[in-house]
Design a protein around this ligand. Structure first.
Ligand code: ZN
Length: 162
């Protein structure tokens, strides 16, 4: 049981992320979530033991991943077709790419998958065709970057832009 879990679809605005998630440098807020399938780091192909994520959205992410696994009929082949085995990162202390202010990754409330097929700026990211994955995140209120003005199709976050 993760403490301080909030009701789904009740994520803070980005501008309130600090109030909601606390000090981004406080790594004691981070927990590890393990998908039911093996994931590898998209940047070097090495196996990844788990996804470091803020405890306040960890149970929600766990539910997202579980529903993706069920939607795939627990098929590793399907997961690979969708690109959900390619982990692109979660917690990292950095500013927004090409923007101002801290990235939601710095708060540990954002995840990236399959960056190669869902590049920053690509208006037609592959995930646009993967309804099962979009719906799984959407049902937990996670915002997808693929619909942003500057699309970031690899990216989901437990924080709202508006
Ligand atoms: Zn991201």
């Amino acid at each position: 049981m993760v403490m301080n879990e909030v009701l789904r679809n009740d994520w803070p605005l980005q501008s309130e992320a600090r109030k909601f998630y606390g000090d981004p440098l406080d790594e004691s807020n981070l927990v590890i979530i393990r998908p039911a399938w093996p994931i590898t780091a998209s940047w070097n192909g090495n196996p990844v033991k788990g996804i470091r994520i803020h405890r306040r959205c960890a149970e929600s992410l766990d539910r997202v991943l579980d529903s993706i696994w069920r939607a795939s009929d627990r098929s590793l082949e399907t997961i690979r077709e969708w690109g959900m085995h390619l982990f692109g990162g979660s917690y990292v202390y950095r500013n927004r790419r090409g923007g101002f202010g801290l990235s939601m990754h710095a708060y540990g409330c954002a995840v990236d998958f399959d960056p190669a097929r869902n590049r920053l700026g690509d208006p037609e990211p592959n995930f646009r065709n993967v309804r099962e994955v979009l719906e799984a995140f959407d049902s937990e209120g996670w915002e997808w970057g693929g619909n942003w003005e500057r699309p970031d199709g690899m990216h989901w976050q437990a924080a709202r832009t508006k």
